[in-house]
Write a protein that binds this ligand. Structure first.
Ligand SMILES: Nc1ncnc2c1ncn2[C@@H]1O[C@H](COP(=O)(O)OP(=O)(O)OP(=O)(O)O)[C@@H](O)[C@H]1O
Ligand SMILES: [Mg+2]
Length: 579
């Protein structure tokens, strides 16, 4: 509101200044050509009778100066006020909303949306949406307001002259509409190109080791440069389109000046309107009017840019969340940890073959089940159905007799601890990383979890122990150390169900033994699913399933499987440890 009243004030001050200037011209004319009629004073104002010529002009000039000063002051104030609006809650609120939504999205969403695109939406696109207020809405309101005032003033001077001068304006309208339609897809394309650029950048940063190991720097640079260039060229295309509109509008507004000179000049010569208060003021008004009109190009461009950004932001905000608690979801008070897979089939997306087919599995509470099979056979996929990272495309997965989809999601995830195949650690201390799922955990609990995961010795050997700060992704630790921290993190959670995805893949035999001992002691009262390629890791399991191509091909205790030809037997023979 403040903005609008300031604008109105500025408008009025500008117009009064213009009127005074026109009057000045008429005073001069009256002085040199006394046969012309004296200037008319508006609103019954009248200078003292003994003021003539120069003193009068000086007084007018002084008044114009005061108005100009007031206008400058209002303008400054306007700048400050809009700055506050820009910094306002819009961006912060929208960004928070977007972040919150992204956090609640499921894995399928992250599979199909590149991280760079998501980051761009949360950062750049949100800024562009904000632009709608300060580069579109506010200027458009100001433009309309000014145009109405200028138009009113022009009409009050001479109606036919106004209409004649504004006759070329519809051309601008048509041009702007054409422009709008053309530029939006360009802006959308532009954002996608930028996503692409950032994706390559972030991949090269994350994969810096690979880039160096394969001496890929030069080609990475070329690829980056190509994307960079593509982005620039596309941006040029937008500038091109914009730069077509601007001169067209400029030309059209020049036409109005020609009309003013011809028709307005004729009116002055025939004494229909005065020179100063008529044509000079009119010229000033037309100039202001055209100035406002020529903003249309910029406003339209900003509008299309922010609408394109809004489209991308709302694509996320409106995306359905497939995996969430139903309103009538069951909050199980106590869990036994009995699991069942009934006719489960799963497909990551339509273009892929089924990753799991006909899975039927019953696991009693407290059992420890090994899952083995060649790489790509679906072990990780099977585990990911239990915390509902994905929902099965066919059949149902059940916990204590309830379909997972009927359970409260938060409660479900709190009772499932996961050690991923590739463990991710955050840029925080070791203690904070272990207590990730339970920030309120005491130091004693953290140390106990670390001890169970066989992580305590190496943590204690670090200079700052549990307070050692890890770098992004835990890059400063060895693979085995990361895995043990991940295990400690899962154990501190005290989950009823523990999912271990190849927890000993990256460690030596001795550490493997320590981790296995840790798992063994953590097994009590828990249902454990352990996917592995290592025979040793299967020592404590009650029974094993063998997956191949997403199907269960064998099931049985290690003893049973050892005497049947199949994956387990091969594994046992190769790893030379048939029990
Ligand atoms: N996010 C995903 N999107 C599409 N397909 C996927 C995705 N993750 C895995 N797959 C595919 O699903 C199949 C099963 O993969 P999964 O990761 O479950 O195998 P795995 O048995 O855990 O293998 P490994 O022993 O190498 O860990 C593979 O063909 C894989 O390419
Ligand atoms: Mg796997």
């Amino acid at each position: 509101m403040g903005i609008l009243s300031l604008q109105i004030l500025m408008l009025i001050l500008g117009i009064v200044g213009l009127a005074f200037a026109g009057m000045g011209v008429d005073i001069i004319r009256y002085e040199i050509e006394s046969h012309t009629s004296p200037p008319e004073w508006p609103l019954g104002l009248r200078p003292p009778a003994d003021w003539h010529g120069l003193p009068l002009l000086a007084a007018l000039a002084g008044a114009i100066l005061v108005f100009a000063f007031l206008r400058a002051f209002a303008n400054g104030l306007y700048g400050i006020t809009t700055a506050r609006l820009v910094q306002g809650d819009i961006v912060v609120g929208l960004r928070a909303q977007l972040y919150d939504k992204m956090q609640r999205m499921d894995f399928r969403f992250f599979d199909s949306n590149a991280s760079s695109s998501l980051i761009n939406r949360i950062t750049g696109d949100v800024q562009s949406v904000r632009m709608f207020v300060d580069a579109v809405l506010v200027p458009a309101v100001i433009m309309v307001l000014s145009l109405v005032v200028y138009l009113g003033y022009m009409l009050s001077i001479h109606v036919p002259l106004t209409l004649a001068c504004l006759a070329p304006m519809p051309i601008i309208l048509v041009l702007s509409m054409w422009f709008s339609r053309k530029v939006r897809p360009l802006h959308l394309e532009n954002r996608k190109k930028f996503d692409d650029l950032i994706l390559w950048l972030s991949e090269c940063l994350k994969g810096a080791q690979v880039v160096k190991a394969f001496a890929f720097e030069q080609r990475a640079m070329e690829k980056f440069q190509a994307k960079n260039q593509l982005y620039r060229e596309q941006q040029h295309q937008i500038f091109h389109t914009v730069s077509l509109l601007v001169p067209a509008i400029g030309f059209t507004t020049q036409l109005t000046i020609i009309i003013l000179l011809a028709y307005g000049g004729w009116l002055v010569i025939h004494n229909v309107i005065p020179l100063g208060a008529g044509i000079i003021v009119f010229a000033g008004l037309l100039q202001q009017f055209s100035g406002q009109i020529s903003n249309i190009g910029g406003i339209m461009n900003s509008a299309q840019q922010s609408l394109a950004a809004a489209e991308r932001v709302f694509e996320i905000l409106d995306a359905p969340i497939e995996i969430q608690s139903r309103p009538d979801a069951v909050k199980l008070e106590s869990l036994s940890g009995r699991l069942a897979f009934e006719q489960v089939g799963f497909q990551y997306n339509e273009s892929r073959p089924l990753a799991l087919t006909d899975i039927n599995l019953h696991i009693a509470a407290g059992e420890c089940v090994g899952i083995i099979g060649p790489t790509g056979s679906g072990k990780s996929t099977l585990l990911s159905l239990l915390p509902r990272f994905y929902d099965p495309t066919q059949g149902s997965v059940q916990l204590d007799g309830h379909d997972l989809r009927d359970l409260n999601l938060e409660r479900l995830r709190a009772s499932v601890g996961v050690v991923f195949q590739e463990s991710f650690l955050f840029d925080a201390t070791i203690a904070e990383n272990i207590a990730f799922g339970r920030p309120e955990a005491t130091r004693a609990e953290i140390e106990e979890a670390a001890r169970m995961a066989a992580a305590a010795p190496f943590i204690e050997s670090l200079e700052n122990g549990y307070d050692t700060r890890l770098r992004e992704g835990g890059n400063t630790l060895s693979g085995g150390q990361r895995q043990r921290l991940a295990l400690a993190r899962a154990l501190l959670h005290n989950p009823r169900i523990l999912l271990l995805d190849d927890p000993t893949a990256a460690v030596d035999t001795r550490t493997e033994e320590e981790i296995l001992a840790g798992i063994e002691s953590a097994r009590q009262d828990r249902t454990v699913l352990l996917a592995t390629h290592r025979l040793a890791a299967l020592r404590h399991v009650d029974w094993i399933i063998v997956l191949e191509g997403g199907r269960i091909v064998q099931k049985g205790t290690p003893e049973e499987l050892a005497v049947l030809p199949g994956y387990y037997q091969t594994l046992a023979t190769l790893q030379g440890e048939l029990r």
